[in-house]
Write a new protein. Structure first.
Length: 474
């Protein structure tokens, strides 16, 4: 993992992006030389210097928005081919649009039309080479072995067992090469589903540094609740020997993009990096919200008009739906959405979570929920200042009161404005229970702790993936 502006980026994803960008640039230049050579004028093909950098940005953003750098994309060859094809079509459309706009804006570019062919050749090469490269990664398991990080775990209780359970399913590959038990550890049955293989439990036959060297460990993870029994001197010796020593909570946050609510404690929240608040950050966040929301509102205006007409023709009732939600600092506000349910959805006055295949949802409402069209009116809440474009999803007061009693630290998510999309929305399916709310809170706390504009941009691109492939909608 590489930390970029406080957010952990997978080294695998970064290497994929660099390789595929290099492929695109290479074939762009090759295509440029070929077109220049065969051009009828023989004078060469020259265009604005900004085209290639702009095309590179389009390639990276399109691939990221379609989820090509997600870990799962190397384990599903059919899905990978479909997404790569979609990425290639979108890339060429955006590049062709850029060339067309450049033709109108820049004078004295008689050969600019030839750049359509250059862009097409580059995109086709990108598609073929990326497909073959990723297929090779999947076939020969390069993704699971070449980039994995070997970790030695200090502890064998249920906290440490989670590392073994997570092994192979996190955003960045790692292998737990051994678990060193502590003298005073007491096994608990509270998390009986998490188990450590007996063969991985080590004995105190030698010092911790020697064990780490013999097992070729890159990092030592302290994962035990029995803090009074920790071998502090041995851990200090490891650190002085050049080995990274990491606390479980920080390791879990890095690997999963969430905060483990079962293991977190107030002191870690207080002393860890993050949860920064400043006037400058608030201003930057507000400007980001205004810019993105205004742009999206303009781009989706035709969809908004069609959705309003469809709702009116599909079922009786108002076009918009207002509902009280809890915002920043616990203040409530009326959220605005397109109506996707019948007007008598809660005629008995009892608030209910939306379920899969909910009978209260109208025909057009099902489509709007899958495509997230029903969320478009919330852009007005963002412009008004009740919401941000990116942030934890706002919940109804009746649910918040219950969840704050059941789930520790639930109120922390209200330290920032709620959002139309968020870190939990792109990493976890639609929540419809208290358990789902707790799982999503783990992601919300990660967002609140590590928020910056870079993370907002990452979420923005990943939201496109969720919308295009209708992930987690109900």
């Amino acid at each position: 993992m590489i930390r970029v502006f406080g957010h952990h980026i997978s080294l695998r994803a970064l290497l994929f992006a660099v390789f595929e960008l290099a492929v695109f640039i290479t074939f762009y230049n090759v295509s440029h030389v070929a077109v220049t050579y065969i051009s009828a004028s023989g004078e060469g093909v020259y265009g604005p210097a900004f085209l290639l950098p702009l095309f590179c940005v389009i390639a990276l953003c399109t691939a990221a928005a379609c989820g090509l750098y997600n870990k799962e994309m190397c384990s599903d060859p059919h899905g990978l081919a479909m997404r790569l094809f979609t990425v290639s079509v979108l890339m060429y459309f955006l590049m062709a649009t850029t060339i067309s706009v450049t033709e109108l804006a820049v004078e004295h570019t008689p050969n600019l039309k030839l750049y359509y062919g250059i862009a097409l050749a580059s995109v086709l090469a990108y598609f073929l080479v990326s497909l073959l490269f990723r297929h090779a990664v999947f076939t020969y398991n390069f993704n699971g072995t070449a980039l994995e990080r070997r970790v030695l775990v200090v502890g064998t209780d249920e906290c440490a067992a989670k590392i073994e359970y997570l092994n192979g399913s996190s955003r960045s590959p790692y292998r737990a090469v051994g678990f060193v038990p502590l003298p005073n550890e007491v096994k608990s049955k509270r998390l009986s589903s998490f188990k450590i293989l007996p063969g991985k439990v080590l004995e105190h036959s030698c010092g911790l540094v020697k064990q780490a060297r013999e097992l070729k460990a890159d990092e030592i993870i302290v994962a035990s609740r029995e803090r009074p029994g920790l071998p502090v001197e041995a851990l200090m010796e490891c650190k002085l020997a050049g080995l990274n020593v990491t606390e479980f909570q920080s390791f879990w946050e890095r690997q999963t993009g969430q905060i483990d609510l079962d293991e977190v404690n107030p002191s870690w929240l207080v002393f860890s990096n993050g949860f920064r608040v400043s006037w400058g950050r608030d201003v930057a966040k507000r400007l980001f919200d205004l810019a993105v929301s205004s742009l999206v509102l303009i781009l989706t205006l035709p969809i908004t008009l069609l959705a309003a007409l469809a709702i009116k023709l599909d079922s009786p009732g108002p076009i918009f739906y207002r509902q009280e939600r809890v915002g920043a600092s616990g203040h409530t506000f009326p959220v605005l959405k397109f109506r996707s349910m019948r007007t008598d959805a809660e005629k008995d006055g009892v608030a209910r979570w939306a379920q899969s295949n909910d009978s209260r949802v109208t025909r057009i409402g099902k489509f709007m929920r899958r495509t997230r069209i029903d969320e478009i009116p919330q852009l007005l809440n963002v412009l008004k200042g009740d919401m941000s474009f990116v942030g934890p999803r706002p919940e109804r007061p009746v649910f918040v009161d219950t969840l704050m009693e059941k789930i520790p630290y639930y109120g922390v998510r209200h330290r920032v404005k709620p959002g139309i999309t968020g870190w939990a929305q792109i990493n976890y399916p639609y929540g419809a229970s208290d358990e789902d709310a707790k799982a999503k809170l783990a992601y919300d706390l990660y967002y609140v702790k590590n928020w910056n504009l870079f993370l907002d941009a990452v979420i923005l691109f990943q939201t496109a993936r969720v919308v295009l492939w209708q992930e987690g909608a109900r």
